[in-house]
Design a binder for this molecule. Structure first.
Ligand code: PGA
Length: 260
């Protein structure tokens, strides 16, 4: 894992956007794995601005989202379909037919999940997976205890996740308790992963992911087994990393690196 600590959320988002742009400029038909949540909003805003300025082009890009709540129609303001269109897709030049988001309203979830996995393969696999991390250390909706080999499936959400997400709903009872999520095994097959985290409520999860043991209790720790993962943090999310100085030293020693 490569750990990059930026002073602010804005700087973190900008650094991650440059990374995405670099990949798209090298491979215009790249397959991107997308994440929802508060964390990637700055990154999506940066990418939309870069797209408007002609610095990045999404016209040949294919996307696969990590997850979706079960039971919310795509028009529900808290569905991840709605989130992605509002916060990203409608601001870039991606063809609608290139967008894949798990269905939260399928009649046969098992068949849908198999189709989703196959569709990723048909499109050549994910070149770059964007990720956030939950305060319980989850990636996508792979809650503690999820198999590190898990595939796309229906998952029951953990109470801390329901609590974290209840801020977006009128009350806690409205928060869905099931989701369709890519598995940890699905995510580990992406050629490159970019995980973003900001804020001090993520500091414990980040330190467990980066410096703790690989364990299904912190599914993000499985990224220690991935050969090309970059972790972009702001100062607060990096606050509990024991090797923090070393990560900065590594960044400073890269050829042409700006001094931090
Ligand atoms: P957040 O969610 O970006 O809203 O904090 C991250 C996650 O749960 O994966």
């Amino acid at each position: 894992m490569e750990v990059i600590v930026e002073q602010t959320v804005e700087a973190m988002s900008r650094a991650a956007a440059l990374e995405v742009a670099e990949i798209l400029n090298a491979k215009p038909n790249a397959v991107l794995g997308m994440a929802t949540g508060t964390t990637p909003l700055g990154l999506y805003k940066e990418l939309a601005q870069m797209c408007r300025r002609g610095e990045v082009d999404f016209s040949h890009v294919t996307t696969f989202n990590l997850d979706e709540y079960v039971g919310l129609p795509v028009t529900h303001p808290q569905s991840f379909h709605y989130f992605m269109h509002e916060n990203f897709f409608k601001h870039v030049n991606i063809p609608l037919e290139n967008i894949h988001i798990p269905s939260g309203t399928a009649s046969n979830y098992r068949a849908f999940c198999d189709w989703y996995e196959n569709r990723i393969k048909e499109c050549g696999g994910i070149d770059l997976q964007i990720l956030g991390i939950g305060s319980d250390g989850h990636i996508a909706f792979n809650e503690p205890g999820s198999s590190l080999s898990s595939r796309t499936r229906l998952k029951t959400l953990a109470k801390p996740t329901i609590d974290d997400n209840s801020r977006f709903f009128n009350n806690r009872d409205e928060v869905p308790i099931y989701a369709i999520t890519m598995g940890v095994g699905t995510i580990l097959e992406a050629r490159k992963c970019l995980l973003l985290a900001n804020g001090k409520n993520k500091a414990d999860a980040v330190s467990a992911m980066v410096e703790g043991p690989v364990t299904s209790m912190i599914t993000a720790s499985a990224l220690q087994l991935h050969e090309d993962t970059k972790v972009f943090l702001d100062e607060s999310a990096a606050g509990k990393l024991k090797m923090r100085d070393y990560y900065t030293w590594i960044q400073n020693k890269k050829p042409g690196a700006p001094q931090r």
